[in-house]
Every structure is written in C-alpha cells, then in structure tokens.
Design a protein around this ligand. Structure first.
Ligand code: ATP
Ligand code: SF4
Length: 337
C-alpha cells in the first residue's frame, strides 16, 4: 500500500470573475521512503495541490472532487481535529518562503521548544535534547539555538526550518520551493542534505519546485504540471533524459545544464491559459510547437507510453524526432502567440 495516494484531486478557487480550476484532477502515488517532485512554472497549481492534500487552504478554496489516502485512510474525509494531529506528527511542511516562517522576536530555541511541547507532548528537558539532536542532524551547531532568526544566514535558516519540520518524526515531508532563495552552492548542499536525511530516516517527500534541475538532484519520481494538470509523470531519469511531453522538453531548455554550460537557454513563448475559462483541448496548445488540429478540439489523457512513464499528449510515436526538434531555438520561435 502506498503511503500517499492522490486520486483525481481537484482544488478550485472561487473568485470575483468565476471559479479558477487551479488543480484539475491530478493523481499520483508515493511509497514510504520515496520522493516525488512536482515541477512546473508559476501558477500551474503546485502549491494549491499541497494545500489541498493537507487541507490548509484559503477560505475561497474548495475541493469539488478527489480522494487523498494517507496510510490507507481518505484524509479528505477526516475531521479537522484528526487533521490537526496528522499535520506535524505524520505530515510536515516546509512552506514556501520557509526562511521567513521563523518568528523574528523569539530565539530559535524557544520556537523549537514550543512546537515539541505543544505538538509532541515532550517536557522542556526532553524538547531541548531533541532540538539539539535535530540541529546536529541538519549540520548546525547546537549553540545556534540561542540565536534569533536574523542572526542566521539564509542557508542556516533553511536548515533550521527543515530541522523543525522533522521535530516529531513525520513519515512524509512536503517542501515548497525549499532552495529557491539560496545561492547555487548552498542550494546544492541543502538538496544533498535533504536527500541524505530522507534516506537515513526513511522519509517520503513531496518536493515542489519550478526548477527541473532541483528535482533531478533530489527526487525518485517527477510529475510535471501544466495549467492545473499533470502532463508527464515517471521516474526522474526517464522524464529528464527522455521527456515525452513537449512542455517538459521546453521546460528542460529553460534551465542551465551542468554538462553543457554553454548551451543557450530557450524560453517557451506566451503564458498558460486562464484557468477560470480553460480551453477545451490540450491546455498547452497555444504554446506548443508541435500542435495539431486535434489538440485544439480534444483533451489528451495521461497515457503510459513506456513502463511507468506517462504523457498527456497526442504525440505517441517517433518521439525522438520531436525531442531533437525541441532542442532547437527555431522550433520555439515558430510558435506565434
Ligand atoms: P508558484 O510557483 O508561483 O507558487 P504554483 O504552481 O504553486 O505557483 P498556485 O499558487 O497553486 O501555483 O496557483 C495556481 C492557480 O491558482 C493560479 O492561477 C493562481 O493565480 C490561483 N490562485 C492561487 N491562490 C489563489 C487564491 N487564494 N484565490 C484565487 N486564485 C488563487
Ligand atoms: Fe502539443 Fe498537441 Fe501534445 Fe498538446 S497534445 S502538447 S498541443 S502536440
């Protein structure tokens, strides 16, 4: 049994202009100890997916359909009281802008003690021992517990927030853009540490990022999201080496490749569709260099084209030729927005 099973989850927002179909029927599974990266550009629904899973949503958000099984139970049906117990203890979150989530007026030590005493039922002495253990785990000197957050560097704050998320031995950790605000060297260190911690503690992880190179370094599986849908899903290496969906091919071009540092970065022209009134066919149609008439009329379903590797695109044969074309800047210049 998978630890987390998300089935046809929809999370919508009620807005003044209508209903924004931010997450529109996505499914994925995660086993104990494994990791999945949700990747896609800004606004594709990554954060909304996570908010829906843990049910920490703005008041205008609602879940019209879907199931989320954690350890076999559908937690979308759980009472709020049970969800409160599940958060931190079983599922913990490193939120977007996590570095700013530490309270500036308390020492880091007091923030750790508060979480462990309130949520973990530890007494002060036990909580302090645990806080020191956690700091050691993420490579921070325990003397730093007595500091205020503003005395930490960005990387130190991010490590502290990760340590806090691990405080109650969760089984699943969800990280939203965990290294976005950090320089590349610290990014690399933190990602390696996250990977090691996961292996050491047998943790499952959902990582959200817009940067496909970040998931490449950290996750076993990748789900590429576009305009509220998963358009490609598979093992990390499969998706990165042999992308099946034109959007993934384009996304790869947008980030530097460490093996080809001089390679030109190619942007995908245009922007995603308005999710209040999404188009009827493929949501990538307007920006896709390989679009066909069928794509405008019908919506492609997510189909398994190779073992464990799925794509929601009508291109199902001779994908190599499209991959090669997608590496050329001219291919993307043809798209008229
Ligand atoms: P980013 O990387 O910028 O955080 P994302 O992929 O996480 O982007 P979401 O933040 O989940 O995307 O947003 C998905 C869609 O939902 C977008 O169209 C966004 O404008 C919309 N949205 C997000 N929050 C709200 C809200 N509170 N009310 C209305 N619409 C919202
Ligand atoms: Fe492009 Fe058509 Fe595939 Fe959509 S279905 S990604 S428009 S080729």
């Amino acid at each position: 049994m998978a630890l987390l099973e998300v089935k046809k989850l929809k999370v919508y927002y009620q807005t003044g202009r209508g209903v924004n179909q931010a997450v529109d029927g996505i499914s994925f599974e995660l086993d104990q100890g494994s990791s999945i990266g949700l990747v896609g550009e800004s606004g594709c629904g990554k954060s909304t997916t996570v908010k829906g899973i843990v049910r920490v949503m703005p008041t205008n958000a609602f879940i019209p359909e879907g199931e989320v099984y954690f350890n076999g139970s559908d937690i979308l049906k759980s009472a709020e009281k049970e969800m409160r117990q599940l958060r931190w203890r079983d599922i913990s979150i490193v939120p977007q802008a996590a570095m700013d989530s530490l309270n500036p007026v308390y020492t880091v030590r007091n923030q750790f003690l508060e979480v462990m005493q309130l949520k973990g039922d530890l007494n002060k002495k036990q909580a302090l021992v645990r806080a020191k253990e956690l700091f050691a785990l993420v490579g921070l000197n325990s003397d730093l517990l007595n500091y205020y957050p503003h005395q930490f560097s960005g990387g130190m704050k991010q490590r502290a927030v990760i340590a806090l998320a691990l405080a109650l031995n969760p089984r699943l950790i969800i990280t939203d853009e965990p290294v976005t605000a950090l320089d590349v060297i610290v990014q690399h260190q933190i990602l390696n540490e996250l990977k090691e911690l996961r292996q050491q503690l047998g943790l499952a992880m959902v990582m959200i990022t817009h940067d496909i190179s970040v998931v490449a370094q950290t996750c076993d599986q990748i789900a590429v999201m576009y305009a509220g849908k998963i358009v490609e899903k598979g093992k990390g290496k499969q998706v990165l080496k042999n992308p099946l969906h034109p959007y993934t091919m384009g996304l790869k071009n947008c980030f530097p490749n460490l093996n080809q540092p001089n390679k030109e970065l190619i942007a995908i022209a245009g922007s995603p569709p308005d999710l209040i009134d999404p188009p009827p066919g493929c949501r990538f149609y307007e920006r896709c260099p390989f679009a066909m008439t069928q794509c405008q009329l019908e919506e492609p379903g997510l189909e398994e084209l190779e073992s464990g590797h799925l794509s929601a695109c009508f291109l199902r044969e001779d994908i190599d030729q499209y991959r090669n074309k997608a590496k050329e800047v001219e291919t993307w210049l043809q798209v008229i927005i």
